[in-house]
Design a binder for this molecule. Structure first.
Ligand code: ATP
Length: 499
């Protein structure tokens, strides 16, 4: 067992000053003690050693420079997007707006994506299936949507073949695929995060629990599709949950190791940056709604809605997050031999002790990507190519001052068991509303009609001059769309309206 708690007497690093205006975000933020675990300067050598793999073979000579050259601007590019949810629909939608993209493929895509891209079958759980697809299509750029192909090493495999791919390598994707790795990395690099303990047995959990106050967060180490985090109200419940994870009853092999964490209080923030392995460029921030029911009640989901506004954080806070969280992560990964390229999603809690990292995702968030990309006015392809080839510092993102909202419509029973195959009506009427775009997450099309084909079905996204107007448009569109058992939260962004 390894554990880390605040040791205020140790470590030379005072946490960086949180900008004054940042304290307006959520609970009153103070600049003191922004880091707790970050004060332990122990470096865990075994994790550094696991990065000592040889460098990947470089792409064919001249390819990189060609992509970076002005010639790029006369290319007609074929882009392949891997994935088939709402995030991928919004990526397809945005990439199609690039004057340099002539064709977009999506694998496997879904019913709605098929209206805007050529959908091709693939088994995203099988790396050979993805490689065969790459061999067949030979895309000029592949964009990896979900985490699983990244952790299977799709970027490594494509890079070996000289196929430009947007996303981190398997080693870099450990920031998401192993929560214990991420926690130890944060500790090594003194980046603020919650106190934690890493346990491999129920016995270790029992002894670690004495260092925590309830409620206690228990996390499965591996990927668990949003089901691997439980906030336990008491040590007894924490022990029971940890035991169920460790014995494989709750989330299978992902729970063979667990991380206990102090429960942080504050507002959550999704802060995404694009990295070229050296530097980062921030996207506009967003806020997600994880719980299934209004008022943040019920179990966690993949995300029931998100919004982005120009004032969700101010420029000072954005710069603080870049300089004290995102940039140190990218520098730390490079120093450990696992250069991080692609999107780095920092899931943050804005606490009274300052912003703290809850989790990393090594890809775009879903549903945050939908409202974020709806505010992007420049070419997403520029940033993706700069991430692959270097030079992200030269990318000039242009953002709309509008506000955007995404409301997820889900199948009855989601996030538990749900049934598919329900006919969806009203999509055309919803699309007619000014500023509305309906992204498909789990749909299929048969005989000219759309049917539900997943837990999260649609991401009804709207843009307007301010947040109330964007909400009004999004909910008006939701009201027009019908399918049996449909449910959605009615309080997306309501807390932001009150701020
Ligand atoms: P999975 O691995 O199952 O996909 P995940 O990656 O979504 O889960 P996290 O983002 O770490 O897991 O946690 C999910 C949610 O749990 C967070 O969005 C947050 O609401 C809550 N959470 C996680 N850690 C903490 C914490 N230390 N304190 C308070 N809430 C937390």
């Amino acid at each position: 067992m390894e554990w880390c708690k605040a040791r205020s007497a140790r470590g030379p690093l005072a946490p960086p000053e949180v900008p004054r205006d940042a304290r307006d975000f959520g609970a009153a933020l103070t600049p003191r003690n922004a880091s707790s675990c970050a004060q332990d300067d122990t470096i865990h050598q075994e994790h550094i050693e696991s990065f000592q793999e040889g460098p990947l073979p470089t792409p064919p000579h001249g390819f990189d420079s060609l992509l970076n050259s002005p010639l790029t601007f006369i290319f007609s590019m074929k882009v392949l997007v891997l994935g088939g949810g709402g995030r991928e629909h919004s990526l397809v939608w945005k990439l199609r707006q690039s004057s340099r993209v002539s064709q977009v493929y999506c694998a496997p895509g879904n019913g709605g994506i098929a209206e805007e891209a050529e959908c091709v079958p693939v088994d995203l759980k099988n790396i050979d299936s993805i490689i065969s697809l790459g061999e067949h299509l030979r895309p000029d750029l592949t964009v990896v949507g979900p985490e699983l192909p990244l952790t299977l090493g799709v970027v490594d495999e494509f890079a070996r073949r000289g196929w430009p791919t947007f996303g981190p390598t398997r080693a870099a994707a450990r920031l998401e695929s192993s929560k214990s790795f991420a926690k130890e990395f944060l500790q090594r690099h003194r980046i603020p995060t919650a106190h934690y303990a890493i346990c491999d047995s129920t016995q270790e959990v029992r002894s670690a629990l004495s260092h925590f106050h309830a409620p206690i967060v228990i996390k499965a180490d591996g990927l668990a599709a949003g089901k691997g985090v439980v906030i336990a109200a008491s040590p007894e419940e924490a022990l029971q949950v940890a035991d169920e994870m460790l014995t494989g009853k709750m989330v299978g092999a992902a729970g063979a190791r667990v991380v206990l964490e102090e429960c942080l209080k504050g507002d959550e923030l999704s802060f995404l940056v694009v990295s070229d392995g050296e530097r980062v460029a921030p996207l506009v921030a967003a806020q997600d709604h994880k719980r299934v029911f209004d008022g943040d009640q019920g179990p966690n989901t993949g995300g029931m809605g998100a919004y982005s506004t120009p004032n969700i954080i101010d420029d000072q806070m954005r710069d603080w997050l870049v300089h004290h969280i995102a940039q140190p992560v990218v520098a730390g990964m490079k120093a450990e031999g696992a250069e991080y390229r692609g999107v780095l999603y920092c899931g943050l809690m804005m606490t009274a002790r300052g912003p703290m990292v809850l989790e990393f995702n090594c890809r775009f968030g879903d549903p945050e990507t939908q409202p974020i990309l709806m505010r992007l006015e420049s070419d997403l392809l520029d940033a993706m190519q700069a991430s692959v080839n270097g030079g992200i510092g030269g990318v000039d993102f242009k953002w709309s001052p509008d506000s955007t909202v995404c409301v997820v419509m889900a199948s009855q029973g989601y996030p538990g068991a749900f049934e598919s195959g329900r006919k969806i009506t009203g999509l055309d009427e919803a699309a007619e509303i000014d500023g509305v775009k309906v992204f498909h997450a789990g749909t299929t099309k048969r005989d000219g009609s759309f049917y539900t084909a997943g837990g999260r079905v649609l991401g009804v996204t709207a843009r307007a001059g301010d947040l109330p107007a964007a909400l009004q448009r999004a909910y008006e569109a939701c009201g027009k769309i019908k399918f049996e058992g449909a449910h959605y939260r009615k309080d997306i962004a309501v807390r932001a309206l009150r701020r």
